[in-house]
Design a protein around this ligand. Sequence first.
Ligand SMILES: [Zn+2]
Ligand SMILES: [Zn+2]
Length: 152
Amino acid sequence: MHLPANGACQCGEVTYQLTEEPLITYACHCLDCQKLSTSSFSITMFLRRSGFELLSGNLQSWERPTAAGNRAVCWFCPTCGNRIYHENPQMPDVIRLKPGTLDDTSVLDPRAHVWTCREQPWLEHYAELPKVDTQPDLAEAMAALAEGRSPV
Ligand SMILES: [Zn+2]
Ligand SMILES: [Zn+2]
């Protein structure tokens, strides 16, 4: 990862900068991450707090118990709701960034899938799914479905 690395929430009000290499990055399949991502997993990047600097915006937080039995304080942009990072109050030196908010996500380097006991069964076929470069045309997809053809 090129440092410093910049990131922002979806609306752009919250911006931040990373100044240290991440400790490790996981793809987490726990149910909380499925809710958060509205998908099958989320990417979590463990960082030393000293390597994270908030540049603009005012984060808000809410707190919840985690599947692992800890507490998570979840920091988000109050305007667009985009989650920025989580922290465990008992491990104040480490934050868990939601690194999909980085400007350059091509540098993400997940090293493991965790909570695979919750992994969605359809992920097994994920790499074989048809691929569409951009948003499929909805009207065409509906017409294809009506004719019994594949929508993509
Ligand atoms: Zn925002
Ligand atoms: Zn998770």
